[in-house]
Design a protein around this ligand. Structure first.
Ligand code: 5AD
Ligand code: SF4
Length: 442
C-alpha cells in the first residue's frame, strides 16, 4: 500500500517553536512529504511541544490522547513528539499506552526522514541528542500559518543563562548563533516574496555573536545589517535579557527607522531578593537604569515584559515591589505567569516551592489587574496621534475593517482602504481599549 505522506504539525509554546515547525516542514518537504493543515488527512502527526510550565505539558498529553483515538479509524497513522518535552518524557510517553511512535528533540530535526523510515519498518524511533552547533542555517523554512506579511527568523538556539526557574537550558542545550550571512539572505528572500516584517528570534538575542573569520558580528551589528535589506522591511526581535541590552544596541535601533520601537524586556520580579534567587544577574536598580536608557535613546519606544508571580520564598513585600516596579515602568504590555516548578532546574533542586497556590493566584490576579490599567493608560495616550501601520489583514470583528500594527507593536483597527495587507498606511487614533487602538486612515 502507498504510504500516506501527508504531515500535520501542531505547535505549542513560544515563537521559537513555531519557527522550528517551519524548519521541520521544510526538511520533510525535501524528502517527499507534504504539509497538510487538516489532521484528518494526515499520515503523520507531529506535536511540537513546550515544557515551560506544567500546564503546557498537560495540554500536550491531552492532545496526544486525542491523536491516539484517530488511530482507530486510521491504523497506519504515525504520531511523533518534537521539541522541548522530547527528552524529558520520551520513555514515559512511549510506554504510556502506546501514545507515540517517534520522539525527536530540537536539534534532531534533520534526522526526521530517517527516523520516519525506521518507524515505517515497525520500530520506534528516538533522537533527543542536543548539539553544540546545529542552527539549521541552510534550511529555508516553509512558512506555516503565514499571513504573507510577517515571518520569524531564528538567529540563535539554546540558552546558557540558567535562570533558576527555567527549563530551557536543559531542553534546548548550549547557546549557539547562526551565520549572519544566512540571516540576511533569508530576510532578503522574504522581502522579495512580499513580506514586510521579520522577527529575529533567540532565547537571548543580546548575546548573539558570529565570527566571520575576520571579525565578530554582534547582535547590534546584525540588526543594522538586517535593517539594511530594505527600508520597507520592518525588523522586530525577541527576547532581550536586561543584563546585556547595551547602549550600542539602543543606538542602532534609534538610528534605523525600520527597527521597531518596541522592546520586550522580561523583568520577572521587582524584588532584588527574588531576582537574586532567580539568578537573573541584575538588580531592580540596574533594570530601572536600562529602562531610563531606552526612554532617553529611543523616545516613543514601547516596553513590554514577562512577570512570574509566587516564585520560591516570595513574600508580600516582594510582591509589592513587583507591582511598584510595573507602575514605575508603565509597561505597554506584559505576559504574566504563576510560578510552576520544573524538574531539572536550579530552583527545583535547591529552593522550596512554598507559596501556597491561592496566594499565587491572588498575586497573579493583582499583577494582571494592574497591567490592564497600565495598558489602557498607554493606549489612551495614543488617542489623537498618527502612526504608520503595516496592514496585516481583515479585522476579526468586521469584514469592512483591516487591522495592523504600529512600530510599537500595538494593534490598530481601522476602516478598509485601497491599501491592503503588506502595505503601510497612516492611521490617526480616535479611540482605545486596553488591547486595541481604533483609528482612521489619513
Ligand atoms: N514558571 C512560570 N513561568 C515561567 N517562565 C519561565 N519559566 C517559568 C516557570 N517555571 C516564564 C518567564 C519567561 C517566559 C517565557 O515564561 O517569565 O520569561
Ligand atoms: Fe519555547 Fe521554552 Fe516552551 Fe521550549 S520550553 S517551547 S523554548 S517556551
Amino acid at each position: 500500500m502507498e504510504k500516506n505522506k501527508n504531515i500535520y504539525i501542531e505547535t505549542y509554546g513560544c515563537q521559537m517553536n513555531m519557527s522550528d515547525s517551519e524548519i521541520v516542514a521544510s526538511i520533510l518537504k525535501d524528502n517527499g512529504y507534504r504539509y497538510t493543515d487538516d489532521v484528518m488527512t494526515a499520515g503523520v502527526i507531529f506535536i511540537n511541544t513546550c515544557s515551560i510550565r506544567e500546564n503546557a505539558e498537560d495540554r500536550v498529553r491531552k492532545r496526544l490522547q486525542y491523536f491516539k483515538s484517530l488511530r482507530k479509524k486510521n491504523p497506519s497513522l504515525l504520531i511523533g513528539l518534537l521539541g522541548c518535552m522530547a527528552d524529558r518524557t520520551k520513555t514515559a510517553l512511549m510506554e504510556e499506552g502506546q501514545l507515540l511512535d517517534l520522539v525527536a528533540g530540537p536539534d534532531a530535526y534533520r534526522h526526521l526522514p530517517k527516523l520516519l523510515e525506521q518507524v515505517g519498518t515497525g520500530h520506534r524511533a528516538i533522537d533527543t541528542i542536543l548539539s553544540a552547533d546545529e542552527t539549521y542555517a541552510d534550511i529555508t523554512p516553509v512558512r506555516l500559518d503565514s499571513n504573507g506579511v510577517s515571518a520569524f527568523i531564528s538567529i540563535m538556539r539554546g540558552c546558557e543563562n540558567y535562570c533558576s526557574y527555567c527549563v530551557v537550558p536543559s531542553t534546548r542545550g548550549q547557546e549557539r548563533s547562526r551565520d549572519a550571512a544566512s540571516i540576511v539572505r533569508e530576510t532578503r528572500d522574504l522581502f522579495e516574496k512580499g513580506y514586510r516584517e521579520v522577527t529575529l528570534l533567540g532565547q537571548n538575542v543580546n548575546s548573539y555573536s558570529w565570527n566571520t573569520g575576520k571579525h565578530t558580528i554582534t547582535f547590534s551589528d546584525l540588526l543594522a545589517k538586517v535593517a539594511g535589506v530594505d527600508p520597507l522591511m520592518r525588523i522586530r526581535f525577541a527576547t532581550s535579557h536586561p543584563k546585556d541590552i547595551s547602549d550600542a544596541l539602543l543606538k542602532t535601533i534609534a538610528a534605523n527607522h525600520n527597527i521597531c520601537r518596541a522592546i520586550h524586556l522580561p523583568v520577572q520580579s521587582g524584588s532584588n531578593h527574588m531576582l537574586s534567587l532567580m539568578n537573573r544577574k541584575y538588580t531592580r536598580e540596574n533594570y530601572q537604569e536600562r529602562i531610563s536608557a531606552i526612554r532617553q535613546i529611543i523616545p516613543g519606544c514601547a516596553i513590554s515584559t514577562d512577570i512570574i508571580a509566587g516564585f520560591c520564598n516570595e513574600t508580600e513585600p516582594d510582591h509589592q515591589e513587583t507591582l511598584s516596579l510595573m507602575d514605575w515602568v508603565g509597561y505597554d504590555a506584559a505576559y504574566m505567569f504563576k510560578y510552576s516548578e520544573r524538574p531539572q532546574t536550579l530552583a527545583a533542586d535547591t529552593l522550596p516551592n512554598n507559596v501556597p497556590e491561592e496566594v499565587k493566584d491572588r498575586r497573579l490576579r493583582e499583577i494582571i489587574d494592574l497591567q490592564h490599567q497600565l495598558s489602557l493608560a498607554s493606549n489612551r495616550e495614543d488617542v489623537g496621534k498618527t502612526f504608520e501601520v503595516l496592514v496585516e489583514g481583515k479585522s476579526k470583528r468586521s469584514d469592512n475593517q483591516y487591522f495592523g500594527r504600529n512600530s510599537q507593536n500595538k494593534v490598530a483597527v481601522f476602516a478598509k482602504t485601497q491599501s491592503g495587507p503588506g502595505e503601510y498606511v497612516m492611521v490617526k487614533i480616535t479611540g482605545a481599549t486596553s488591547a486595541t487602538l481604533l483609528g482612521e486612515v489619513v
